[in-house]
Every structure is written in C-alpha cells, then in structure tokens.
Write a protein that binds this ligand. Sequence first.
Ligand code: NAD
Ligand code: TYD
Length: 338
Amino acid sequence: MSKFLVTGGAGFIGGNFLHIMVKKYPNDEYVCIDALTYAGNMETLEPILKEKNFKFVHENICNREAVYKLFEEEHFDYVINFAAESHVDRSIENPEIFLKTNILGTQVLLDACRKYGIKRYHQVSTDEVYGDLPLDRPDLFFKEDTPIHTSSPYSASKASADLLVLAYHRTYGLPVTISRCSNNYGPYHFPEKLIPLMIQKALRNEPLPVYGNGANVRDWLYVGDHCNAIDLIVRNGRDGEVYNIGGHNERTNLEVVKTILKALGKPESLITYVKDRPGHDLRYAMDPTKIEKELGWKPEYNFDTGIQVTIKWNLENKKWLEHVESGEYLNWLERQYK
Ligand code: NAD
Ligand code: TYD
C-alpha cells in the first residue's frame, strides 16, 4: 500500500487522474490538495468523493505551514504536482499568480518532500517549455534534450518550476521525475480552452473565435492517455529523468474547429477570426520515443476517436458545464472576447 499526494486534483487533468487511479488501485490511498481557484471544481471529484481510499483537503500549495502539517500527518510515499495556473491567455493578462503558484508553490512542495522524505516527487509539466517549432518544418519534434525556450508567462513559470525540480535532484538528491505533455482534451475540461470552448459555442450557435488565421498547430492527447503515462513514470520511471508525452496527433486550430462543427452538424460560417494571441506559439509536436521504449507507454486514443468521446461527454454532462459557466468564468469571457 502506498500513499499519494495529488495536488490540483479538482482541475481537468488531476481530476481525470484521480478518477482512474482511485478505482484502479483500491489498496493505495490518494489525498488531493486543491485551492479551488476558478479552475478547481468539486463537482469533478463527485464520482470518487465517497471512495474509502480518497480524501480531499482544501488548501493552497503555497501555504508552507499547512503543507508541512499535511506531510507530517499523512506520511506520503509519492507526490504528484498537477496544481498550477494553466491558461496562457490569463498569464498574458496577469502573470503574477502564475509565478506564485507554479514556481513558489512547487518550491514549497519540494521543501516538504526534503523535510519529511518521499519515494518520488513527480512534476506535471508541459511541452510549452520548449517554445515552438516552425510551421514549415514538419520533420522537427521536441525531444527531452531540446533547449528550454519559453514564450508566455505561463510557459516561463512552468519551465522555472522544472529547473527547480531538477536542481533539488542534483543538489539535495531528491528522487524526482518530470513529464512534459502536449495539449490535453477530454471530460471535465474547463471551457476556456480551445476544444471545450468551441463545443459550447457551437452548441449555442455563437461565433467561434479563432486566433489569427487558425494555422497554429497543437499535438492533441486524450487526457486518459496522459494520466496513464504519468502513472507509469511515477511507478517505473528513473530518478532525475524527463519524459515527453504526446501521441503524434497534430492538427491546426482550424482543423480542430471544423471537426467539432462537423460532428455537431453546425455550419463553418460560425468560425470568426479574431485578433491573434501575443507571442502565439506556432507549432508544438512531441517525440514520445523515450516513454514508449523505456516504459512501454502507448496511447489508447487518436484524435479522431478521442474527439468523438469528448464531444459525447460534453453533450451528456450539461449540468457540469452549466454550473461552471454560471461562475466568474462568464465575466472573464466577456472581457476577453468583447
Ligand atoms: P486546471 O487549470 O484545469 O487545474 C488546475 C488545478 O490546480 C485547479 O483545480 C486549481 O484549483 C488548482 N490550483 C491552482 N492553484 C493552486 C494552488 N496555489 N494550490 C492548490 N491548488 C491550486 O489545469 P489542468 O489543465 O488540469 O493542468 C494540470 C497540470 O498539467 C498543470 O500543471 C499544467 O501546467 C499541466 N499541463 C496541462 C496541459 C493541458 O493541455 N491542459 C498540458 C500539459 C501540461
Ligand atoms: P489553448 O486551449 O488555450 O491551449 P494552449 O495555448 O496551451 O495551446 O489554445 C489552443 C490553441 O487554440 C492555441 O493555438 C490558441 C488557440 N485558441 C483560439 O484560436 N481561440 C480560442 O478562443 C482559444 C481559447 C484558443
């Protein structure tokens, strides 16, 4: 039996991770700590709230005293850090909270791991730390040794955290791993990100705001496949190593939007080109050879199958979406797209 601390578990990926792992490993215990920011949603955790091997703690990872107390009481074996401010557009509007949570929050967790001892600390990171690739070089992919070269305050904060994690390994011998993943999509995705936002807007016959000319490319990975990759790394990965996760599912934003419109039987005339994001990364594309060869990871979904499951989930979970949309999110959306 092992005890896991999962931070940011009321968010999109952490929530999906907990749904899978709490049921898959009934003999392990999962404690979720989450500050419940605008992106944290207890309704996401409802399916597992009553499970015996799950516990929720409402707390901020930046609160050193509270984090130390939790470590002292729980004696964690593994710490998996999903907690973050995660939306690039918000980081452009207000970078400070990104630096606080993504960098200083990570430092508090690393210090707690040093102080109380753990078997492994895992940092959930992103392909965005590598910057972007040109659109006219489809032969290029991010590898684990691609230099860090960030574009947005979000990616800069995630890259800073990665460097801190590796420094704690080198300097203090802390057993750590890092995963860097491409864009996720799937159930419980907050509708400020491209795919769930476009699904909701299409369902309401509202204009779909595509930044710039829609030619930017993202490498889409179904969230469950990301979660399984993290589980493999945490249990079988090597200390001090970085693992790239991605499924070679590159699509332009325009292709993604058109796929959604087609699946919902909506016209392409809903597509509206809006002002481009400042510093907008052109193309992300991962080379996942290392995790495939070393840990035997293989994604279950490709984009064509994953997007259908995701659209179906959005159609069948209107209550979850309505509750999200009746919050602060609506005000922010008005400001962003007015
Ligand atoms: P999310 O925004 O949906 O969820 C983040 C969660 O962290 C929320 O529940 C929020 O309440 C919580 N949180 C925020 N600040 C906190 C704090 N100070 N203390 C405690 N909890 C706090 O994000 P997500 O999409 O689920 O991403 C999870 C992780 O995966 C992030 O680290 C992100 O950088 C990384 N990542 C995301 C993607 C993606 O496509 N979404 C891709 C690669 C990596
Ligand atoms: P997003 O989901 O914000 O993820 P990330 O910026 O981390 O890749 O955006 C995915 C892509 O979609 C990105 O190229 C920006 C673009 N985009 C739009 O064109 N319109 C939108 O309303 C949003 C939110 C994103």
